[in-house]
Design a protein around this ligand. Structure first.
Ligand code: NAD
Length: 434
């Protein structure tokens, strides 16, 4: 199948690479010239495990191309995927649809023959109707259908998730369009659920799923706070809860709050849609509020740990919003660091992240000091703070860290270390919910 993908970011690029690997002819389009130049030079623009190898292979074998030209990507395509951003509106927090609307308008004139236009971006209910209207207005004679095809990949696991989806949700209002999507995902037919629903249901499924996951994280974070006060251990509690198949063990890891480019924006957008439709989505509203407060509370824990030190120094391990990605968008780690910088401007913070330091620099520049590795970050620090769950932080040589640090406190907001091992290495160790 000939596929054009509009938007070559965290969703568009892995999707393009994956679809090319399945044998499709894929053209990835992005309006950012520098991104396309980089990709055309054979350099990746994001970090994702397993992406590079498949990217090189499919470019070499001629199934994957990159362009800024809408015409080149859309003309002759059987399927056009829209994977542009839907960031939160700065004031209302609803999904800002300007990129979707622009993409729909820009692609319209290049449609040739019957084409399915599928929205991969996370979009409010009714967007399918809007996209259809915009295309129709610009190109009244075009032969097309608009489908909702929400994306569920997890950053850090994008390639894995592309090839092993739990489910593929297809919101198609015509059989012809549904058949095109069924054909696209034929290689997965045996191993995954392909669920065909109304377009508006499909659009809702994406938000309802993300909001539910965000609430589950917030729930276990509140339980962790409770466990600390009540003398329980949140891990034992989560394990006991998770054994109930109605609850399940996933997303019961306490931490500094949910973040990333999806959960915060999608919970806010869902809450906005609730208000717009006169429906009180009180659980989602509470999770949003509680999750915002949580970052402040976590920063307070760090400030409490450094209080009493003269010219305190903090080593921060982790800046990405989670392990396995370079993405710092709405990263709890970055937000906590920024709260620290605001509340204690004289605090010396030296941070290390295996992949996200370039993106962190874009957000805070040189206000933060950056280390080459986790041990350099620890040098001379009074307190070491773990903010992102990178596997390599679990392997910290604690005796070496102890020798490098000035102080002996660890605040582990990801519960990566084993408390007994930290204590045995001479640390005063704080974690979450135990
Ligand atoms: P991103 O910002 O990484 O990428 C979007 C890209 O679209 C950018 O490179 C931008 O330059 C490009 N773009 C914008 N308008 C364009 C236009 N008119 N023509 C060509 N290119 C254009 O965003 P992302 O993280 O890939 O997210 C895209 C959508 O997918 C969002 O709606 C998001 O909510 C959803 N989503 C993201 C994830 C994730 O893990 N990041 C997961 C599921 C769903």
């Amino acid at each position: 199948m000939k596929v054009g993908i509009i938007g070559t970011g965290y969703v568009g690029l892995p999707t393009g690479v994956g679809l090319a690997e399945l044998g499709n002819e894929v053209v990835c389009i992005d309006r950012e010239q520098s991104k396309i130049d980089k990709l055309n030079k054979g350099e990746l623009t994001i970090y994702e495990d397993g992406l590079e190898e498949l990217f090189r292979k499919n470019v070499k074998e001629g199934r994957l191309r990159f362009t800024t030209s809408m015409k080149e990507g859309v003309e002759n395509a059987d399927l056009v995927l829209i994977a542009v951003g839907t960031p939160p509106h700065p004031v209302t927090k609803e999904a800002d649809m300007k990129y979707i609307h622009a993409a729909a308008t820009e692609l319209a004139e290049f449609l040739t023959g019957y084409t399915v236009v599928a929205t991969k971006s996370t979009v409010p209910v009714g967007t399918g109707d809007d996209v259809e209207g915009l295309i129709r207005k610009k190109n009244p004679s075009a032969d097309f259908d608009v489908v909702s095809l929400p994306e569920f990949l997890r950053e850090g696991f994008a390639i894995h998730d592309f090839f092993n989806p739990d489910r593929i949700i297809v919101g198609a209002n015509t059989k012809k369009a549904a058949d095109v999507i069924r054909e696209l995902y034929k290689p997965f037919a045996e191993k995954t659920h392909l669920l065909f629903v109304k377009r508006r249901s499909s659009e809702t499924i994406k938000y309802a799923s993300n909001a539910f996951l965000a609430m589950k994280i917030h729930y276990i974070n509140e339980m962790a706070d409770f466990c600390e006060k009540a003398g329980a251990d949140v891990y034992e509690v989560a394990k006991g809860m998770g054994l109930d198949s109605r609850i399940g063990p996933k997303f019961l890891n306490p931490g500094p709050g949910y973040g990333g480019s999806c959960f915060p924006k999608d919970t806010n957008a869902m809450a906005f849609m609730g208000r717009k439709n006169g429906v009180n989505l009180s659980l989602i509203e509470a999770a949003i509020k509680g999750n915002d407060t949580r970052k402040e509370q976590m920063a307070e824990r760090i400030l409490a740990a450094v209080s009493g030190f003269e010219n305190p120094k903090v080593a921060v391990l982790g800046l990405a919003f989670k392990g396995g990605t370079d993405d710092c968008r709405e990263s709890p780690a970055m937000q906590i660091v920024q709260i620290l910088m605001r509340k204690a401007p004289s605090l010396y913070i030296r941070a290390y992240d295996p992949k996200a330091m370039e993106n962190a620099k874009i957000l805070v520049g040189d206000a933060l000091h950056y280390a080459q590795d986790m041990y350099e970050a620890a040098e001379g620090a009074d307190v070491l703070v773990i903010l992102t769950e990178w596997e390599q932080f679990k392997e910290l040589d604690l005796k070496r860290v102890k020798l490098l640090m000035k102080g002996n406190k660890i605040v582990d907001l990801r519960n990566l270390l084993v408390p007994e091992e930290a204590a045995a290495a001479g640390f005063e160790y704080q974690s979450i919910g135990r």
